[in-house]
Write a protein that binds this ligand. Structure first.
Ligand code: WT7
Length: 657
């Protein structure tokens, strides 16, 4: 950075706190009239017809919102439609030969599906699933990496009215079994393996191990991703994907008419207790909301090449790789591998090769790019980019500015989108053609979204003060319940701030935040026992039960500690049973135990052995204190503890003195 002009620019950028959307962007934006905020407010809930209009309906809905049985809201009541028809069939006339999915494998091979081709294979696989016995409302589990057969299987399920439940391929065999048991899912679609950093990974053995833990009969479809690279054998209740599709070549399956409120899919996510929550999303509300936010926030147009670099195993990929972009008839890019293989410019190479117009990724990835250095993006022509997005955790202003300058060339708006598995789609973010951007702050709630920052009694906090996010009105993409557990649904999300006697229902997402005097919301992070590792949600209880499952462990606490790249990392504090020895070997078996129970993403960064955990007089573990210790922060008053003396001992161990 010897060039003085460059240094000056850098200094200006470092100080700048507000960025206006580039004029060129505004001129072409899907949404650019600021009156949309007022319009939606005045015309609520009918404003949501704007989302419904993005879909094709078999029969019209009677009512936009039915709130007779709060908080079990219904959207677009009595409307009928099919999600697969909306993502495929209706595009065939105009866009049949346009690319729907542009896939790139880690080794560089590519596969392209036009809408017509995708439609054909989805039909064939839908016919195959039916032949296997899948009926409407049967939950089909998918345990697959980023290969085209995953969205194909999802859309095939949607076509026949079978909800899918996608389990992230990086999750463990145990996690798969837990989710299949919980959903009573009798069908699994998986694959033999996939590539990671150039190595062929065996995935089927893990899937099979998981199936061993499923307590009912199952049938499985296995995609052959690796060919000769990995020999695999199928059992009697396992079918080869290619064989099935070949057997059904040319088959056409009429899309099943689904009610607006019929379940489109289940997605398991972590919560406060050890048991993952099966978040239920519906056909019309979810799909219209995914389409609307893709249109308004990501500015997706049919002719775009749009790339969300998330994994379909998470909600981000469901909404913004599969359903939103395909409902809008655009080209959605899918990449199988890691961003640093074969080199650290892989993403920029993909942007350049396909002329990507929008890139949607996570702060953890942006921090990695920043660390690797700007020489990697500089090797590529990124001028096709028009918009950038981030999601998953707060983005610090430094990373935001790096993204803005080195990827967006100071000419792409950035949308910092706050939302959750439960919300189905984005909730708080600037609209890229309207809002001033303030690095680090997600922005105002979207039009029609009544998100607030409140104190413990539900009153809005003064600007600058910390409080909690609440959502005070329902929205189409909201979860409808937790699978077969209405009670837990109410307890988890509607307990804190609602007043049922006054018919006042308030959704609590369990995030802390601040609000500025101009209504911009800065998210501070989770306030429950959930850790956000690289934008992925992990429950401390899930990790703790995995640690306690390791032989020799008596008790454990897991907390999130700040981490430069991952945002948060897992710290585990462990008490051993008598007769077991603290040390490297034990730490290793704890790490392996967690990886086995949950998956490598939950791998503890540190295992700290201690004879006791800090507890309140009533015996509750003081997690906040353990977090402060992990972060090397000043420890506050510990006098309310039953055992204050352990705190300093633990802190010493973490500091390594
Ligand atoms: C939690 C939801 C939304 C899809 C990916 C994660 C955090 C999400 C942001 C953001 C600050 C964010 C919140 C939220 N989060 N986006 N832009 N700024 N925090 O979905 O696994 O359901 O996690 O991620 O804490 O509650 P998820």
């Amino acid at each position: 950075m010897s060039d003085p002009e460059e240094t000056q620019l850098e200094a200006r950028l470092a100080e700048q706190e507000a960025f206006e959307p580039p004029e060129e962007f505004v001129e072409q934006a899907n949404v650019s009239d600021p009156s949309i905020y007022e319009e939606f407010e005045e015309n609520w809930p009918e404003c949501w017809e704007a989302a419904a209009e993005l879909l094709d309906w078999e029969s019209d809905y009677d009512e936009v919102l039915n709130d007779d049985d709060e908080p079990f809201y219904e959207w677009f009541t009595n409307g009928e439609l099919n999600a697969s028809a909306n993502c495929l069939d209706r595009h065939l006339d105009d866009r049949g030969d346009e690319t729907a999915i542009q896939w790139e494998g880690e080794l560089g091979e590519t596969r392209e599906f036009t809408y017509a081709e995708l439609h054909r294979e989805v039909n064939e696989f839908a016919a195959a699933l039916r032949d296997l016995g899948v009926e409407e409302d049967d939950v089909v589990t998918m345990y697959m990496p980023m290969i085209p057969e995953l969205p194909i299987a999802m859309l095939a399920c949607a076509r026949i009215g079978a909800p899918h439940s996608v389990v992230f391929a990086g999750f463990s065999a145990d996690a798969l079994a837990t989710r299949m048991n919980s959903a009573e899912s009798e069908y699994l679609v998986t694959c033999d393996g996939y590539y990671r950093r150039g190595d062929a990974l065996d995935h089927l053995s893990k899937a099979n191990e998981g199936l061993g833990g499923v307590d009912h009969d199952t049938s499985t479809v296995v995609v052959d991703r690796l060919g000769d690279e990995l020999e695999h054998e199928l059992t009697d209740d396992q079918h080869d994907y290619d064989d099935l599709v070949t057997e059904h070549v040319g088959a056409e399956v009429e899309p099943v008419t689904r009610d607006a409120e019929d379940m489109l899919f289940l997605m398991y996510t972590s919560g406060t207790t050890g048991k993952p929550k099966g978040v239920k999303h519906t056909t019309a509300g979810y799909l219209s909301y995914a389409a609307w936010t893709s249109h308004a926030v990501l500015d997706v147009k049919p002719d775009d090449t749009y790339w969300c670099a998330a994994d379909i195993g998470w909600i981000t990929g469901h909404s913004y790789i599969v359903y939103g972009p395909l409902a809008l008839g655009t080209t959605s890019v899918m990449y199988e591998g890691t961003p640093d293989y074969p080199d650290k410019d892989r993403l920029w190479d993909i942007v350049e090769s396909y002329d990507v117009n929008q890139l949607y990724t996570a702060p953890t990835a942006i921090r990695a790019f920043m660390k690797w250095g700007s020489q990697y993006p500089e090797q590529h022509d990124l001028s096709s980019l028009r918009l950038l997005g981030t999601v998953g955790e707060p983005i610090n202003p430094k990373a935001w500015k790096w993204y803005y300058k080195h990827i967006g060339n100071e000419s792409c708006p950035i949308v910092d989108t706050w939302w959750q598995t439960e919300t189905g789609g984005m909730m708080i973010t600037t609209l890229p053609g309207i809002g001033t951007m303030k690095p680090g702050s997600a922005g105002p709630p979207l039009p029609g979204i009544d998100a607030r920052v409140v104190d413990e009694s539900g009153d809005e906090v003064a600007p600058g003060e910390a409080g909690y996010v609440t959502v005070n009105k329902p929205w189409p993409g909201m979860l409808r319940t937790l699978y077969k557990n209405d009670e837990r649904f109410i307890n988890e999300y509607w307990q804190e701030y609602s007043d049922p006697d006054a018919d006042d229902w308030v959704y609590f997402p369990e995030d802390g935040a601040k609000i500025d005097d101009d209504g911009y919301i800065t998210i501070l992070g989770r306030v429950d026992d959930v850790i956000n590792v690289s934008g992925h949600r992990l429950g401390t209880m899930e990790i703790e039960s995995a640690v306690v499952g390791v032989e020799g462990v008596a008790e454990a606490a897991a907390v999130g500690g700040d981490h430069e790249m991952k945002g948060e990392a897992v710290y585990t504090y462990v008490i051993l049973e008598d007769g077991y020895e603290e040390g490297e070997e034990m730490a290793q078996s704890i790490i392996e135990g967690v990886e086995e129970a949950i998956g490598p993403i939950a791998r503890p960064e540190k295992v700290i052995f201690t004879p006791e955990l800090p507890k309140t007089r009533s015996g509750k573990i003081m997690r906040r204190l353990l977090e402060d210790i992990a972060n090397g922060e000043e420890l506050g008053n510990t006098s309310t503890l039953r055992n204050p003396e352990v705190v300093e001992d633990i802190a010493k161990k973490v500091r390594g003195d």
